[in-house]
Design a protein around this ligand. Sequence first.
Ligand code: T5A
Length: 203
Amino acid sequence: MRAKFITLEGIEGSGKTTSIKSINNLLEQKKIRYINTREPGASSMGNELREILLNPNTNISSEVELLLMLADRKDHVEKTILPNLLNDTWVISDRFMDSSIAYQGGGRQLDLSMINSLATYLNLPTPDSTLLFDLPVEIALERTKKRGKLDRFEKEEIEFHNRVRDAYLELANDNPDRIKVIDGTQNLEQVQAKVIENINQLF
Ligand code: T5A
């Protein structure tokens, strides 16, 4: 079986990172090679971009923000995603292109056709499967607040996060075969059971 490219998406505190362990356990049971990766910040350059992008003191336009996310992504695809897939290793990425559509398109209200044209120009791979963790913004932000210091995106007003959530749900509606919505309000065990059910469908 060809190695799969799986992405996890959702608003802040939606439970993406928590679910990676369950996917890893399943792949290990099945003796499948995998790597976990993330955006922004998969490479050393990506980490520097991540510092800039998440720092609440960074003052950049929405266009510059988009271009930095895309620079990070292209480097991620070239150095990590494609080499691993070609080497028969599954790639589990915490965020990918859908994040730019949801955050820079939905949240920042940049023109979607411009974002999609840039993505097409960069010739990015399409994930085999995307899990979208969905829950009301208020619940998700409550979880992130418990962690303490908020980053540049977490500090955005509630309307921004609601636009991001709506853009994600629209993406899921437009791509029902690829994007599976997981109800993030459920308890951890229920969420993880849904994650496993969805990943199992890839075999
Ligand atoms: N961004 C990124 C863009 O704007 N455009 C882009 O193109 C890209 C790629 C990245 C930021 O960059 C933006 C989006 C982001 O704002 P990040 O630090 O990587 O920043 O942020 P997130 O990916 O949002 O990571 P988070 O850790 O905030 O969210 P997760 O991973 O979804 O949430 P998780 O799993 O860490 O859970 C949060 C807390 O909730 C608890 C967990 O234990 C944890 O404490 N929790 C639950 N509690 C109760 N019930 C459940 N079901 C729970 N699931 C998790």
